[in-house]
Design a binder for this molecule. Structure first.
Ligand SMILES: Nc1ncnc2c1ncn2[C@@H]1O[C@H](COP(=O)(O)OP(=O)(O)OP(=O)(O)O)[C@@H](O)[C@H]1O
Length: 580
């Protein structure tokens, strides 16, 4: 456990220093207790010999001063350590996370990451200081006392060893039960968390159904958590009593042995008193260990979860990464790809080319592989067969940061931070000038939105951008892409209907993106205007390219594109008729 903890930290010296201080204090305390033997021997006799006791008393005083100094040094180190250790471990985790394939960030993994970075790291650091330290003391102090006891009376030392072995057996049993209880409780806690998220997300539906105070599933999850907690406490009680019983029985055995040795005149009163004091200092920290065991198990599980995150394999890094590309040419060369765990390929033998200065519309039925194409360009995943090239370079040979610098992604559901419009835009380029911000906003048709907002650029957009409509959020994302001067922009056009103003603005903003001769725009297109404005259309079906060409060329055929266009046209008429 100590080794696992030590390995977790990138700079474990701080932890090492802290534990060394604690260990030194524990050993010193044990040795100081040993001084009692010659002191008591000199003092507890019919004619006390103070002169014989004096050097030992001086040594004891010096030891006590050293112990006090160590305590004074250790306390602030411990206080500082928890914060510093948490920060170090968070940095290590964040560095590792930044090397993971973006495809790893599913909702479940994001929740694991949030839990790992916040609660688990904080608790592990806190526990490494507040639990590992006392655990070291509770182990090393009794061990030192046993060694010292051997110097006084081997029979008592052997008895202490036997008590330690019995206590260890009881402790391991308690630890196993505590671990099972912790795993069960974690399972129940995750169940409650899942239901709580559901409760928040489904409030409108639940209120309409008169279930605002919780669904039966929520109540069942809460009851499960309560029962699991009670059950864990009940099961932990027995080993706790067994352990306490072992320690108490050990004390009785120590008293009996000391009395027997005195009665048999094998040791004197002075040695008996010293042995009893040593035994008391042996049993007391041993007794504390059971209190620590639950926290130690919890720490093991937290460490396990952090180790799990650190063990997620990073994207293979190129040995000699290419750092710049000449052009924003995007090419798929006979690409095959299946999602991890997917039972069939999402893309098979896909070849396509998107040139700078053009806008390519990806079309096809749901599940045909459009999103997957964009994910592979951004290297969320690596292909299984063929190659994805950007600027003529295989994306696997490109420096991941350089690739990300070239790409901007406009998702259907754009995520904005609960900050001002300005700061949300500046994420793309923190040191952009006002003129650059204004230009990007104008090109993305965001300027009209900013003008309307009560605080202009300084308006906060609310949690996840809730103050803005879907179309307005997409305009912010397009403005970010402009500001970033990304040469490759991947757009997943909103499939749900936007109001006419937003629809026109987003279509215009996408067209403005494509107007840059150095930029390659790839749009998962759902709207007729975007389709009509595209330079090039690639139609996918079941993970294969089934058509490619200009809109005009494809309209003349009876293929997927022509079918989608006809359908769009009909829908538009329906909408016009419905409005009229
Ligand atoms: N993260 C994933 N894990 C496993 N399979 C996935 C994942 N994402 C997509 N798929 C599968 O890959 C195939 C292609 O999906 P993709 O999302 O690329 O299609 P799409 O054309 O973008 O669909 P839509 O228009 O509905 O978004 C589908 O069969 C889909 O079920």
């Amino acid at each position: 456990m100590i080794r696992r903890l030590y390995r977790l930290w990138p700079e474990p010296q701080l932890l090492g220093r802290l534990w060394l201080l604690t260990a030194t204090q524990a050993v010193l305390q044990g040795l100081l207790l040993g001084l009692l033997v010659p002191i008591l021997d000199a003092v507890v006799r019919p004619e006390p010999d103070l002169a014989a006791a004096t050097p030992w008393l001086w040594l004891g005083a010096a030891g006590a001063v050293v112990h006090a100094v160590l305590s004074i040094v250790a306390t602030p180190v411990g206080f500082r350590a928890a914060g510093t250790l948490a920060a170090q471990l968070r940095r290590r985790l964040m560095r590792h996370v930044s090397t993971l394939p973006l495809g790893w960030f599913t909702a479940e993994h994001k929740a694991r990451l949030a839990r790992g970075v916040t609660a688990d790291v904080g608790d592990a650091a806190q526990l490494a200081v507040t639990v590992a330290g006392p655990a070291i003391t509770s182990t090393l102090l009794p061990a030192t006392v046993v060694v010292v006891t051997f110097a006084v009376d081997w029979r008592m030392a052997l008895l202490l060893c036997a008590i330690a072995l019995a206590a260890l057996w009881a402790l391991l049993r308690a630890a196993r039960i505590a671990e099972i209880a912790e795993v069960e409780l974690e399972r129940a806690a995750v169940g409650v968390a899942g239901r709580a998220i559901e409760l928040g997300q489904a409030q409108p539906v639940l209120r309409a159904a008169g279930l605002a105070d919780g669904t039966p599933r929520m109540r069942a999850a809460l009851a499960d958590h309560r029962d699991t907690y009670r059950d864990g406490m009940r099961r932990a009680r027995r080993p706790f009593f067994v352990y306490t019983g072992v320690v108490n029985a050990g004390f009785v055995a120590v008293l009996a042995l000391a009395a027997g040795l005195v009665l048999d005149e094998r040791i004197g009163i002075a040695a008996a008193i010293a042995l009893l004091v040593l035994a008391a200092r042996f049993l007391e920290p041993l007794g504390n260990l059971i209190e620590l065991i639950g926290a130690l198990r919890a720490m093991t599980n937290k460490i396990g979860r952090i180790e799990g995150l650190l063990a997620v394999p990073a994207l293979p890094a190129p040995s000699a990464p290419v750092r710049t590309i000449e052009t924003a040419d995007v090419e798929f060369d006979r690409v095959g790809f299946a999602y991890p765990g997917g039972d069939r390929p999402a893309l098979s033998d896909v070849s396509l080319r998107c040139r700078p200065g053009t806008t390519t519309a990806l079309v096809g039925p749901s599940g045909s592989g459009k999103t997957t194409v964009t994910r592979l360009i951004a290297r969320f995943f690596d292909v299984d067969a063929g190659r994805v090239r950007v600027g003529g370079v295989d994306v696997r040979d490109l420096d991941p940061e350089a690739l990300m610098d070239e790409i901007a992604i406009v998702f259907q559901d754009v995520y904005l931070f609960d900050d001002t419009v300005e700061n949300n835009l500046r994420l793309a380029r923190p040191n952009a000038t006002w003129a650059e911000l204004a230009d990007a906003a104008a090109a993305a048709r965001l300027d009209e939105v900013v003008e309307r907002l009560p605080g202009g650029w300084q308006t906060r957009v609310g949690e996840a951008g809730a103050q803005l409509s879907g179309g307005e959020r997409q305009r912010v994302a397009i403005a970010r892409a402009m500001l970033k001067r990304a040469r490759i922009v991947l757009v997943d056009e909103a499939s749900s209907a936007l109001d006419p103003e937003n629809e026109a603005a987003v279509t215009q903003a996408i067209a403005n993106l494509g107007a840059d001769p150095g930029r390659t725009v790839i749009v998962i297109a759902h709207r007729p205007a975007t389709l009509a404005a595209a330079d090039h259309v690639v139609a996918l079906d079941d993970g294969r390219v089934v058509e490619a060409g200009t809109p005009a060329q494809l309209l003349g055929t009876d293929g997927v594109f022509a079918r989608i266009s006809r359908q769009n046209e009909r829908t538009r008429h329906w909408r016009i008729a419905a409005r009229g």
